[in-house]
Design a protein around this ligand. Structure first.
Ligand SMILES: Cc1ncc(COP(=O)(O)O)c(C=O)c1O
Length: 410
């Protein structure tokens, strides 16, 4: 079980996909007059717009292409800096580099999301945006991040790749910044193998994002826009089969989150108050996706002992999401030897990345372990945990195993 959506793939997904295959229209654009053309991608976008109350949703090929599209639509590029947490997936950082802007890494706080207290000291005249990453299915402290962004006239972007279906004080994650993005890869709340989405309330940004995701075409690639193409862009189009799977998965969102919530609260309530154990701070417990339960131990050594007993790793030692483990970032390993943003004629960039540059983040991640509730991802350090289809007896057995390992580790 990589992510929760995986576990729920069933007959509805099959039916949706067959619908597309039988129609033979696999491209996101088709003959609107042909009843066989099912408009799955467009339907998915409309479903998200309606449910999340966002002005525009644009389906793309991945969370990474969603980030690149959003940054490009916002005009973030050479000479700009974007503040991003040091605990996130590489794509939050690499998309900024691909846009030829400079990622400025900042600390996370006890919620393991961007620490609002660490942002203002990193703002320079070049700072254009703050990227709020809702890590592990939980919201950043959006009120404080928004206040800082407003005070300094910065753009707030939400990377909600790991938090599709999560909310903050009643508002869907991804819909509070100028632009937000989601991922539908195999580890996410709902999944189609790969896939992504950009959301925004801003018509002009949607126009730019749409054009960027499809070689400057708008509103659809029907030929009418030839002579009027808006922008040099990419091909980040979602296809109809992906759209079909996601329609079925999206209908299951509430069931998925409800089930994960049941499991998580059963697990959490039984270990609550155990000596030496802390849970990470949740900025909005009501709105979490419940995919993981993150625990913190008093010391790095105790956390490593516990992780070994559970056959998992501390978050600090989990490969992908920790800046200090991103050798390609630390070494600024670019695809070409010279070029933006690090050897850029328009910006004498001094930015360096090195292990130990974020001591608070390092300390928190060294003491943290992710218990899987609905996502097994070694890159997140969540190889130990509970399966969503587990019986209560099986959940309690896993809790017991955890509690014993904890006692022996302290
Ligand atoms: C926080 C975060 N941002 C962006 C991405 C990129 O998404 P994708 O893998 O769909 O490109 C991921 C994927 O794991 C992620 O966790």
């Amino acid at each position: 079980m990589p992510g929760p959506g995986f576990e729920w793939i069933g007959e509805e997904e099959e039916k949706e996909v067959l619908d597309v295959l039988r129609s033979r229209w696999l491209f996101r654009y088709g003959d609107e007059k042909d009843p066989a053309f099912k408009r799955k991608v467009k339907t998915l976008e409309e479903m998200v717009e309606k449910r999340f109350g966002t002005g525009h949703a644009l389906a793309v090929t991945s969370g990474t292409s969603a980030l690149i599209t959003a940054l490009s639509a916002l005009g973030i590029g050479p000479g700009d800096e974007v503040i991003v947490p040091g605990y996130t997936f590489i794509a939050s950082i690499s998309s900024i580099i691909i846009a030829r802007a400079v990622p400025v890494l900042a600390e996370v706080d006890h919620s393991l999301t961007l620490d609002p207290a660490d942002i203002e000291g990193r703002i320079t005249p070049r700072t254009r945006a703050i990227m709020a990453v809702h890590m592990l299915g939980n919201a950043c402290d959006m009120d404080r991040l928004r206040a800082i962004a407003d005070k300094h006239h910065l753009i707030l972007i939400e990377d909600a790749a790991q938090a599709f279906g999560g909310s903050y004080r009643g508002t869907w994650l991804g819909t509070m910044g100028r632009m937000g993005i989601y991922s539908f890869n195999i580890f996410k709340t709902i999944n189609a193998g790969d896939g992504g989405m950009v959301v925004t309330d801003d018509d002009e940004l949607y126009f730019r994002a749409f054009g960027y995701h499809d070689q400057g075409h708008f509103p659809s690639r029907s030929g009418v826009e030839v002579g009027n193409r808006s922008i040099i862009g990419q091909n980040f189009r979602m296809n109809e089969i992906t759209g079909a799977v996601l329609i079925a998965q999206f209908r299951r969102l509430d069931d998925i989150i409800t089930r994960l919530r049941e499991i998580k609260s059963r697990f959490k309530s039984q270990i609550q108050g155990a000596p030496g154990l802390e849970f990470r701070t949740l900025n909005d417990p009501e709105g979490e996706c419940n995919t993981l339960l993150t625990v913190l131990l008093p010391t790095k050594e105790a956390a490593e002992r516990l992780a070994a007993k559970l056959r998992t790793t501390t978050v600090a030692k989990s490969g992908w999401h920790v800046y200090a483990n991103m050798e390609h970032l630390l070494g600024k390993k670019m695809i070409t030897e010279h070029g933006c943003p690090y050897n850029c004629a328009c910006y004498p960039c001094q930015q360096e990345y090195r292990k130990g540059m974020l001591p608070r983040t390092d300390d928190l991640l060294a003491r943290a372990i992710n218990i899987s509730i609905g996502v097994v991802d070694r890159g997140l350090g969540s190889a130990f945990g509970v399966h969503p289809r587990s019986t209560n007896q099986e959940i309690d057995q896993t809790v017991k195993q955890f509690a014993e390992a904890l006692r022996e580790s302290l």
